[in-house]
Design a protein around this ligand. Structure first.
Ligand code: 13P
Length: 252
């Protein structure tokens, strides 16, 4: 399976900076030509349309960082899946730990978002992961088990093939302290086992499970080398074209 490298810019880059990044990335990608990774950029909402226009004709896909689970109506400040599609999005990140932590998103809410995204033809990138306390208390597997069970509730066997799961241990996000390849592999294998229980062997084998948390040009190759790690969700190191490209190249 092709590795997938997703940039999550979080609340960084205005319109001009986003456009500059896209132009520079395009120039660099044209030089490198043979790329064996699926690349997705998730900028702030305000840059989606401009990036869509600039990345048109490249193999870089567009994603959003969040969405709401209703289709239309009086939900001030929210963005629907349909709106994201109209800006050229193919993917949407749901259940990022920062959404859970700062905006009180529960797994039940994330489940509604996953279902709505799939209904509207967007591919969710579902984030799961344990916090430091849970990690230290060796609760990683039970936390992930609960998150997956709830977040994937009512997702059909047909639809699950359009879901990417991102394992993002919260203690590794923005801390410079990444999970070791062994730790990532072990949790990814646990997620596969869980998918086998919910769905079947084939779904479990073919599921795309990516890792996120302090991925850098220095550690990407080692993390991506594991067969059960199908790529990465990159925060800080995706903000500069040079480091993002190095990470993409680690996925080849
Ligand atoms: P960092 O790569 O900055 O640790 O962020 C990871 C992340 O949260 C991506 O969604």
């Amino acid at each position: 399976m092709k590795k997938m490298v997703v940039a999550n810019w979080k609340m960084n880059k205005g319109l001009v900076q986003s456009q500059q990044f896209a132009e520079e990335l395009k120039t660099q990608l044209e030089k490198h030509k043979v790329l064996n990774a699926d690349i997705v950029i998730c900028p702030p909402f305000t840059s989606l349309d401009a990036l869509n226009k600039r990345l048109n004709g490249t193999n870089v896909k567009l994603g959003a960082q969040n969405m709401y689970y209703e289709t239309i109506g009086a939900f001030t400040g929210e963005i629907s899946a349909g709106m994201l599609k109209s800006c050229g999005c193919e993917y949407v990140i749901v259940g990022h730990s920062e959404r859970r932590q700062f905006f009180n998103e529960t797994s039940a809410i994330v489940n509604k978002k996953v279902l709505m995204a799939l209904d509207e033809g967007l591919k969710p990138i579902l984030c799961v992961g344990e916090n430091l306390q849970e990690h230290d208390d060796k609760l990683t597997e039970s936390v992930i088990d609960g998150q997956i069970t709830t977040c994937l509730g009512h997702v059909s066997v047909e639809d699950i093939t359009n879901v990417t799961i991102a394992y993002e241990p919260i203690w590794a996000i923005g801390t410079g302290k990444n999970a070791t390849p062994h730790q990532a592999e072990s949790v990814h294998n646990f997620i596969r086992k869980k998918l086998k229980k919910i769905y079947n062997e084939e779904i479990s084998k073919n599921a795309r499970i990516i890792y996120g948390g302090s991925i850098s040009p220095e550690n990407a190759k080692e993390l991506f080398a594991s067969p059960s790690v199908n790529g990465g969700l990159v925060g800080g190191a995706s903000l500069e074209v040079e480091s993002f490209l190095k990470i993409i190249n680690s996925a080849l």
